[in-house]
Ligand binder design. Structure first.
Ligand code: PLP
Ligand code: ZN
Length: 385
């Protein structure tokens, strides 16, 4: 049986070490927490060959996941997602090697299933029965579904402006939906209040240490699918930034295991020009991002005006020689049509945003001729049709 090599949680600000086997949210200093592993122990059983012999599910990476009882994991049949080559679109964009990792086919229609499968399962292991989280939609849908699967109660807080389909997805999975006027930042404030007043587990993005461990499997899968040769550039639609941080964490762990070489891809954080707090902070050379006033974009998954992970995203941009770029909603809509027509792929707006960014960065020369570029389609385009 595969055994988790999780040893403790570490604060991303002050490096304090915390016990991973009791309920934890943030460090006393306010910093988000990260799972840390005994990588030498993991390497004894997690070998490239062992990986090939295992089913292509999340537990394939079980040594580097936090579940102590993996056989009890709440699962809806998550499977490795494919890298799709975009032959016509890459020619149109003048990018020689362009692939999209297509997360649309995961349960509940987005990569949020990865974080929810691991986060909900880990919470149940720790004795949690009821939790609350703020969402723009996809995280709520995923956490609601996995809560039902695990026999737990979810409370989901979202903006009245969130696409109605997400509200229905959560309700259909038996979650209690709380609506707020305002953005996901306002939803976050109400969710934190509900957690305090009712004693519900706070499962909000950066106050729940384990969803990122599920999300990092995107990075493991990318590395394996490319024969342990990482691409030159990774383009990610960034809201809270957890997927972005997770993919980077995966690559660092694979480097420590010796599966991949010392060069990391250059990371690109893509936002919409209607909500671009991280892009603004990047251009201001700041190491934190102030809340964006009046956030507004059709790419609802990245309509996030403020994230506690801001300093981590900005740090990854700096250390990988990456960049942050804002794209217009009108270009997102055009790109969805182009890729639908040329490739038969119905992207979500967030996914289309990554291709608009790739196009603009190629035009400016930031992406060099011949560079291998990986873009992320983070969710199903069907939710937006
Ligand atoms: C949540 C979400 C994002 C943003 O992901 P983060 O990792 O939170 O930055 C992007 N696209 C879609 C479809 C989402 O649901
Ligand atoms: Zn700390």
């Amino acid at each position: 049986m595969i055994e988790s090599a999780l040893t403790h949680l570490e604060c991303t600000r002050c490096s304090a070490m915390l016990d991973a086997d009791v309920e934890q949210h943030s460090c006393a200093c306010g910093g988000p927490l990260r799972g840390r592993y005994d990588l030498e122990k993991a390497a004894r059983t997690l070998t490239p060959q062992a990986i090939e012999e295992r089913p292509a599910d999340l537990l394939r990476w079980g040594e580097l996941l936090p579940l102590r009882a993996p056989h009890e994991m709440a699962t809806l049949g998550e499977r490795e997602t494919p890298l799709l080559a975009l032959d016509r679109t890459s020619a149109a964009l003048d990018i020689a090697h362009l692939v999209v990792k297509d997360e649309s086919r995961l349960p509940t229609g987005s990569f949020k299933a990865r974080g929810a499968a691991i986060g909900v399962s880990r919470a149940r292991e720790l004795g949690i029965r009821t939790f609350t989280l703020p969402t723009n939609g996809n995280a709520g849908a995923a956490w609601a579904a996995y809560a039902a699967r695990a026999g737990m109660q979810a409370h989901v807080v979202m903006s009245r402006d969130a696409p109605p389909i997400h509200r229905r997805e959560c309700a259909m999975a038996g979650a209690e939906v709380h609506l707020v006027d305002g953005s996901i930042a306002d939803a976050g404030r109400l969710s934190a209040d509900l957690s305090k007043s009712h004693g519900w587990y706070d499962a909000s993005g950066q106050r729940e240490p384990y969803r990122i461990e599920g999300k990092k499997t995107m990075g493991f899968e990318i590395a394996r699918a490319l024969g342990w040769r990482l691409p030159g550039v990774i383009v990610y639609p960034t809201g809270g930034g957890l997927g972005f941080i997770g993919i980077h964490k995966a690559f660092e762990e694979l480097q420590a295991l010796g599966f991949v070489g010392p060069d990391l891809p250059r990371f690109v954080a893509v936002q919409s020009s209607g909500c671009a707090p991280l892009v603004r902070a990047w251009h201001d050379r700041s190491d934190s991002a102030a809340e964006w006033a009046n956030p507004r974009t059709i790419a609802y998954g990245i309509n996030v005006p403020k994230t506690l992970g801001d300093f981590l995203v900005l740090d990854i941009l700096r250390t990988t020689n990456g960049t942050a770029i804002a794209v217009d909603d009108s270009h997102i809509a055009t790109m969805r049509e182009q890729v639908g027509r040329e490739e038969g792929i119905l992207l979500c707006p967030e996914g289309a945003a990554t291709l608009v960014a790739a196009q603009e960065l190629r035009k400016s020369g930031w992406i060099r001729a011949g560079e291998r570029v990986l873009a992320m389609n983070t969710g199903s385009g069907l939710k937006y049709s």
